[in-house]
Design a protein around this ligand. Sequence first.
Ligand code: SF4
Length: 394
Amino acid sequence: MTRSQAKTPADIIERCRILFDDLGFTAVREWKAADPQRKVIGYMPIYVPRELIHAGGMLALGVLGGGDSLEVIHGDAYYQSYICRIPRSTIELAITKRLDFVDGMLFPSICDVIRNLSGMWKLMMPGVYVRYFDVPQNYRDDLGGTYYVNELQELREGLEGVAGRKITDDDIRRSIAVYNENRRLVNQVYTFRAKTPWKASSYEVYLLMRAGMLLPVEEHSQLMQDYLAAAEAADRPMRDNCRIIMQGSFCEQPPLNLIKSIEMSGCYIVDDDFMLVTRWLLEDVPLDGDPIANLAHAFLHHSTETAAKYEPDGARKGKYLIDAVRDRGAEGVIFAAPSFCDPALLDRPMLARALSREKIPYIAFKYAENSGQMQPIREQAGTFADSIKLWSEA
Ligand code: SF4
């Protein structure tokens, strides 16, 4: 490919944007239609072992709600109004048959809302494999570890039922290798953005990661390689922006305009917790030995810290966020959580206290996936960025 034919970041992100906007999941439907044996397993935020789905020859589809363009008409009847929006918009996707091609759905244990949704899915979608995927909150190998190995084994057997074939240890090892590669590339993109945020905007990085929720993982890895090459080669001006970390958006996703607004207000987002499934495991999962035990060990001992994970040592609460601020060279933190999100909002005061002790500035607000009015957020984030710049110059 000549230089003039090389893809630009805009070309790559345009494709991601089309995938993002398509609430009918045309790309996934086409993938499935290409072979009658193909199956699709949906999963909700924030972590499921996608390696097992891939090992069964199936496509893992991240279902992250309806965003800001889906009108929720039926979904409101299923839930009270004082909870977050993602379960209602996900129900809406189901009732309007936008997910009628999905053969199985996994509901990770993140909160009661998701747990209840798994039960509702069973009633609404007879014939679809539904699993509430529980994960340990005790990280001892002999307790939580034993439990989690059994949970993974049960999931493997359930997925075999959907795939219509055995999922062998070698199948899982091959899939672990594919996802190790994908995680390495995700981390490369995040590191690239943190080092040179003017070359990779968070708007672009977000769409790139969203594409990974519905493309085959191999294709997503290639897309990230293409993006890294294109963004590196692009000539983009560096701005005197403030470097911040966004925190609390790990389940219901912020509207794309919110991310854009924060950037336009003068902030570079140098880390975030959107779509943690792509970065949950912090190291490569070993390929030798028992692959189920290896996945369990990685979950217990090499996984990210988040509000969805119990931290028994109060003194360590928030340490991961402080470390991220130091590692990424961030100057402040923006807590942005979905309205009524218990895990994020219950964690926030403890994290905020930890930041205060270290004199790391922060601001906090809430959003819904369909929030439309961005001006107050832009003003708040802009004032925050200005105040950091003033303090740092003092
Ligand atoms: S946004 Fe928060 S409260 Fe709502 S389903 Fe997700 S984790 Fe649960």
